[in-house]
Design a protein around this ligand. Structure first.
Ligand code: IVH
Length: 669
């Protein structure tokens, strides 16, 4: 075999990597698109002729990594912590005072690494021998999901690191989607009738959690690095040095990142980033201030979930003025009528908003809102904002009051008022708006997550009488789908595959998807854990229901009423016969969420013997060790604990109180 193409191949990879770095990291393109494409085509050609020369770190292999059917769990070698928060200068001063007290003898000004707080998805990238081997979501901080194939498609994620990077390293950062890309994406989804993303963070998270990496690749995601997990052999005295290393090894560090001395400089940084927030394409919800010196960080250590050496100073919610052009009434999945303000489109925090919920008639009255009013609206991260107040001196006299209708605007059934006279409901369970909303909720994220079953498709299925309730979805056939608008063979196949997959969703998700009034995701998972099967849940009496954690008599009644309805029972029966499996929760059915986690117990635990504590950990796959070492993940400190806790502090190991430990076990169930 001639050596020339081999050599050229290496050269091309190098040129393309450099061009990617110039473009995506330095934001300074050095090749024209045409030049870049030529190089890329040549690389593809050589690799096409010599498929055995293709390596995973080739720029051609960003898409094309082996895909897994589901996201496998990944344990983080070092847990990912979250951040304590403050919202005012006084609170920030409080943080400094606490740090100072904790360090006792420290009298200098603190130096901080000051960074924007990106509002995206936290991700960890693991490099072994300078090659990206695993990318994972934050998950619960201890275990995340394997999203390697998807992260590889992001151009600001280096597949290999520049010279000088250590053998084993975990890089942490945030995956974000720009506001403009987010708006384009939502516009396209609106046209397709797909569910809209509430904010760029959700859109980024959705993109990263696609099973098909091509879908991730299609969204212009960016990865900003902000820290490390393991970084063996990296010599760095402070956070600023770590970020400088990361930049040199090929990562994107936000250009605003800087170091500041003392609280006044920190406040100036906060104000500066706040002033840039609106114009920035990246959604930022505050700044993160990290005590720079790593020796000080180690002395300060961490509480169970947050380090003592860092804090997030959050921005206030974003407000704007606009006019209410109209007020319309929406019928929700439980029949509740909600007034919605249609606004003159306005940009808030760089994202366009057009609607705001007005909650209910009482709220409308309390705020004295009229059609034509100029109002203050507030966006707290999500695109659907709330109306804060009216600006009465802007009134011209032409404003119109609005009152809630006496009949359902969709099916014309007379409405009923709840006991509290606040909620107004359409009592017709077959009201097309309710049916549609129930299906929409059922198919959505956090529920059954049925890819490809969007708003418009549901509309068609309901209007044509093909689907009346969620159970009907599972008996749809090719022949039902093909005559629908915008439906091609491939789309029908995909939808049927997605429906087949959804039949195996865990019980908690199915319960959440049913849309029982007052039962959200949290209560659904509590119920799944408590009752284990759909039949046991359906059979539970009020007392049994109310004995589940966080379920009171009102929720218990709502669950009972839901399952007592003949229509519900019929629907569950049809779901079962269509093959919906309602599998119980993984925690107690043999899966081991704490596998690979080592605990050390010290001091006296209240109300539980050492032996019982050990059994509880082991039942979830964890291990209990006698002494603290680098392999320890958590030290559980009971009353009067001593040297083991000191040792844990020295080694920077997370220390849990009994309560935090119990929460961790509960979360793992
Ligand atoms: S550092 C030990 N730095 O904020 C400190 N986090 O509550 C742990 N975040 O979801 C995080 N920008 O992904 C750090 N510059 C930044 C950040 C940042 C955003 C996110 C992080 C996590 C949350 C922490």
């Amino acid at each position: 075999m001639s050596r020339a193409p081999r050599k050229r191949l290496e050269e091309l990879r190098k040129l393309i990597r450099r061009a990617d770095h110039d473009y995506y990291i330095l934001d300074r393109p050095t090749l024209s698109d045409a030049e870049y494409d030529l190089l890329f085509d040549e690389l593809r050609r050589i690799e096409g002729d010599h498929t055995d020369w293709i390596t995973l770190d080739s720029p051609s292999q960003r898409v094309g990594y082996p895909i897994a059917a589901t996201f496998q769990p990944v344990r983080h070698a070092v847990p990912l912590l979250s951040l304590a928060k403050c919202t005012t200068r006084e609170e920030f001063d409080g943080f400094e005072a606490r740090s100072r007290r904790y360090l006792k003898d420290f009298e200098d000004q603190f130096e901080y690494s000051c960074e924007p707080k990106f509002d995206g998805l936290a991700v960890e990238l693991t490099y072994e021998d300078r090659v990206l081997t695993v990318a994972s979501t934050r998950g619960d901080g201890t275990t995340g999901e394997n999203i390697t194939a998807n992260m590889r498609t992001i151009r600001s994620v280096p597949l290999t690191l520049a010279d000088g990077a250590p053998g084993i390293m975990d890089v942490r950062g945030e995956v974000v989607l720009g506001k403009r890309a987010f708006e384009d994406l939502n516009r396209a989804r609106e046209e397709e009738g797909a569910e809209l993303f509430a904010n760029p963070r959700n859109a980024a998270a959705g993109a990263v959690r696609q099973l098909d990496p091509k879908m991730t690749a299609a969204r212009p995601l960016q990865f900003f690095a902000y820290g490390t997990g393991r970084r063996e052999g990296v010599d760095a005295v402070d956070q600023a040095a770590i970020l400088a290393h990361l930049r040199a090894w090929g990562f994107l560090i936000h250009p605003a990142v800087t170091s500041c001395l003392g609280a006044d400089e920190v406040e100036a940084f906060y104000r500066h980033i706040l002033s840039e927030r609106e114009a920035s394409d990246w959604e930022m919800d505050g700044v993160v201030l990290k005590i720079n010196d790593i020796a000080l960080q180690q002395r300060l250590g961490a509480l169970s979930r947050t380090p003592r050496w860092a804090i997030a100073w959050k921005f206030p919610p974003q407000e704007a003025h606009t006019q209410i052009e109209d007020i319309q009434v929406q019928v929700g999945r439980t029949g509740v009528l909600t007034p919605v303000a249609h606004l003159r489109p306005v940009r808030v925090g760089g994202v366009e908003v057009r609607r705001a919920t007005l909650h209910n008639a009482l709220e409308l009255q309390r705020k004295d809102l009229r059609i034509g009013d100029t109002v203050v609206i507030r966006r707290a991260g999500d695109v659907i904002p709330e109306v804060v107040r009216v600006l009465p001196d802007q009134r011209t006299g032409g404003e119109r009051t609005f009152s809630m209708p006496d009949r359902c605007p969709v099916c014309d059934t007379p409405v009923v008022r709840g006991d509290d006279a606040v909620a107004i409901r359409c009592p017709n369970l077959t009201c097309p708006a309710q049916v549609r909303e129930r299906l929409f909720h059922f198919a959505g994220r956090g529920a059954m997550d049925i890819e490809g079953l969007g708003n418009q498709l549901i509309d068609q299925l309901v209007t044509r009488g093909l689907v009346h309730d969620p159970a009907d979805l599972f008996s749809l056939k090719q022949d039902d789908l093909l005559p629908l608008d915008l439906m091609a063979q491939k789309r029908a196949d995909n939808l049927l595959a997605a429906l087949a997959e959804a039949k195996r969703r865990p019980l908690a998700r199915v319960i959440a998807a049913l849309g029982i009034p007052s039962v959200g995701e949290h209560t659904a998972s509590v119920l799944a854990r408590q009752f284990r099967t759909i039949d046991a849940l359906m059979d539970a009496d009020l007392e049994q229901l109310a004995s589940a954690p966080d379920v009171g008599p009102i929720i218990a009644r709502s669950i009972r009423t839901f399952f007592d309805a003949a229509a519900t029972q019929d629907m569950i029966r049809r779901m079962k016969s269509a093959g919906v499996a309602f599998p119980p929760e993984s925690g107690r059915s043999g899966e081991q969420p704490l596998a690979g986690t080592t605990f050390v117990l010290t001091g006296t635990l209240q109300g539980v013997t050492r032996q019982e504590a050990k059994q509880r950990i082991e039942a979830l796959g964890g291990r209990v060790a006698g002494s603290v070492s680098l392999k320890t993940n958590y030290v559980v400190a009971g009353d009067d604990s001593g040297s083991k806790v000191d040792r844990a502090r020295e080694l920077d190991i997370t220390i849990l109180t009994q309560r935090e430990w119990e929460e961790l076990l509960d979360d793992s169930l």
